[in-house]
Design a protein around this ligand. Structure first.
Ligand SMILES: Nc1c(NC[C@H](O)[C@H](O)[C@H](O)CO)[nH]c(=O)[nH]c1=O
Ligand SMILES: CC(=O)[C@@H](O)COP(=O)(O)O
Length: 179
């Protein structure tokens, strides 16, 4: 089990191939190496194909997910990063806007697990990146897989979730991008 949860949903199984993008901001090498190892381990155990996309910082992760979702054929995404509070309010910008971006994509039907660690110091980051302790990266990979399974269970739902409008992206002839 990842994080503080005492509930383990296990790994979903898939009858058709699944392709996942790990989108990582390797801001702190030791942390990102641990995150990658855990997330890749979960995806390998699930029998899922995956590839890794790197961006400079966590603030770029939602845009990278949106670009990949629009221009490639991934079934889901695992967002990995580590944001450690500094001496200004920039921490709040990075944390809040990366989370908001991923949530908005999720509400548009993008299957994304958020494994961006948001902490006060490196000690807290190490505890959350450690696969044998809080394992937030593994948890994000499991979350993405469950959202992919949900999308397939609903048959790749095409209509919106009711309170968001699918965004018609410029140049999209087939209509809004959905999962
Ligand atoms: N301080 C951290 C950052 N900051 C960089 C931003 O994410 C972004 O790349 C920059 O503002 C340019 O747009 N990013 C992290 O992932 N972690 C940090 O601790
Ligand atoms: C999360 C950040 O952007 C932060 O690390 C930057 O540090 P500072 O707020 O001291 O500029």
């Amino acid at each position: 089990m990842a994080g503080h949860s005492d509930n383990d949903l296990g790994l979903p199984t898939f009858s058709d191939p699944v392709k996942v993008a790990i989108v990582i901001a390797p801001y702190y090498t030791k942390i990102s190496n641990a995150q990658l190892a855990s997330a890749r381990g979960v995806l390998d155990r699930a029998g899922v194909q995956h590839e890794t996309i790197e961006v400079p910082g966590s603030l770029e992760i939602p845009a990278a997910v949106a670009l990949a979702h629009r221009m490639s054929n991934f079934d889901g995404y695992v967002a990995l990063g580590c944001v450690i509070r500094g001496r200004t309010s920039h921490y709040d910008v990075v944390v809040n806007e990366s989370a908001r971006g991923l949530m908005l994509l999720g509400l548009q039907g993008v299957a994304a697990g958020n494994g961006i660690i948001t902490v006060e110091n490196m000690e807290q980051a190490e505890e959350r990146a450690d696969a044998d302790r809080l394992d937030t990266a593994g948890g994000a990979a499991v979350a993405a897989l469950h959202l992919i399974a949900l999308a397939r269970r609903f048959g790749g739902a095409k209509k919106g979730v009711g309170f968001t409008q699918d965004i018609q992206l410029a140049g999209d002839s087939e209509g809004p991008t959905t999962a």
